[in-house]
Unconditional design. Structure first.
Length: 335
């Protein structure tokens, strides 16, 4: 049987989902650039290793936000003969690079610096600078996190947990910014504790311990991001709710169609490929089948607008099984 591929026009640049992500990215970028400069100044004045670790963390976060912006821009390129489904997955590629940068530049460096300070503790000078910068950084990071939370709430399913949102979101930008900002605020608390205990006790070991804690936190966040973005990069199916809507749209027309099997895959956060084998009656004419497929495609796009590429392959309904949609066998290469 022949397949009937159809594609919808690409969504407008800067669509709703990515537009919200861009707002959160820009807010985080502005906050992190300012915070990084302040932290470097505080490190030069105080010599606190936790301040250096936090400064490097902010630099890494700033670079990560730039990577996310680049991914959002390159993903909008038009499809080519070599890349017929477009470049939507560029956003996943750059999201994965964020995890690599956060692990190597942020986490590993912080652990190294912390271990160095544990082996050779140093007394802090002018700790008031450190406390002042950390206080300003907490305020700016809170603003960035608040922006990310507001933008995420606009697309998060009602009642869905934050961990569920991070795990199941198909657009990488908001989960990345949420995790980065949450890690940044927690890291600032670690730095504040490390500097505070060092000042209170005169023992530089606490500054080193705070730095190691920051590094381990960043490594853990980087690991979570790597796992989630790798899954998106390899290719994830539509959410169960979307697949239900697509199946209902396929089978909900006046002409009776039933799904033999169906597969979906995200070509990008707002681009979905749908492939399905559908059962038709033995006596249906080619014109009737084509008309039914056209109607089914229209229903799918009305129900799930991000279904941009649709392949529907008709097959003869088996007489011994009028409910073909119950057949969930994986199709062979020959169809």
């Amino acid at each position: 049987m022949s397949e009937t591929p159809t594609t919808a026009p690409a969504p407008a640049a800067g669509g709703e989902a990515h537009g919200g992500g861009t707002t959160a990215i820009l807010a985080a970028l502005a906050a992190n650039i300012g915070i990084a400069i302040a932290k470097f100044v505080a490190f030069l004045v105080t010599g606190a290793s936790s301040m250096l670790a936090e400064a490097i963390h902010s630099v890494a976060d700033s670079g990560n936000q730039v990577l996310l912006l680049i991914g959002g821009r390159t993903s909008k390129r038009q499809a080519t003969p070599q890349h017929p489904f477009g470049f939507g997955r560029d956003r996943y590629v750059y999201g994965f690079l964020v995890a690599v940068v956060l692990f190597s530049v942020g986490g590993v460096f912080a652990v190294y610096e912390g271990v160095h300070k544990l082996l050779e503790p140093e007394e802090l000078t002018s700790p008031v600078w450190a406390f002042g910068v950390l206080g300003v950084a907490i305020v700016l990071e809170s603003f960035s996190l608040r922006t990310a939370v507001r933008e995420s709430n606009a697309v998060r399913t009602p009642g869905e947990s934050w961990w569920g949102f991070i795990r199941h979101a198909r657009a990488p930008e908001l989960p990345v910014v949420l995790l980065e900002d949450s890690a940044a605020l927690t890291g600032l608390v670690f730095a504040l504790l490390g500097v505070g205990l060092t000042v209170a006790t005169g023992n530089g070991l606490y500054d080193g311990l705070g730095t190691v804690a920051i590094g381990l936190l960043l490594i853990a966040v980087a690991a979570i991001l790597a796992v989630e973005t790798k899954s998106l990069l390899v290719g994830e199916a539509a959410t169960p709710e979307m697949e239900r809507q697509i199946r209902d749209a396929l089978e909900g027309g006046e002409r009776v169609l039933s799904v033999i099997h169906m597969k979906t895959q995200h070509l990008g956060p707002e681009e979905l490929l749908v492939g399905a084998k559908i059962a038709v009656e033995h006596d249906d004419t080619a014109a009737a089948v084509a008309r039914a497929i056209d109607e089914a495609e229209a229903r799918i796009r009305a129900a799930v607008p991000i279904a941009r590429v649709i392949y529907l392959e008709p097959d003869i309904r088996r007489r011994d099984d009028p409910h073909s949609s119950a057949d969930t066998r994986v199709p062979t290469a020959g169809g």
